[in-house]
Design a protein around this ligand. Sequence first.
Ligand SMILES: [Zn+2]
Length: 109
Amino acid sequence: MTATRPVSTPRAGYGAMTLTLPGADRKRKPAAYSFRVTYRAPDPAEPGCVMTWQVAGGREPYQVALERLKSGRVRWHCSCADATYRGEDDHLHACKHVRGLHDCLPPVG
Ligand SMILES: [Zn+2]
């Protein structure tokens, strides 16, 4: 077996990290959330989906996605209720999952 996949092939990797975020309980006690990378684009500068994460540790599992727009800017998406409802009215609003990830990544534009 000598066949190796080209490094640029998108794949589900083993990248995962745990972040401490305000918890889902009423007191927002800090809780551990795990972020597992489920997709990485071969070229992060190309418009489209750059990366996606599966978030565990909250009330439900959530999906976070980082999208590269044609303008070169990026937009974050999260499937949690906070992002869905508050993000609709305020496009600059970022839920705690997105804020936590954002703080752990290099500047992406
Ligand atoms: Zn969220």
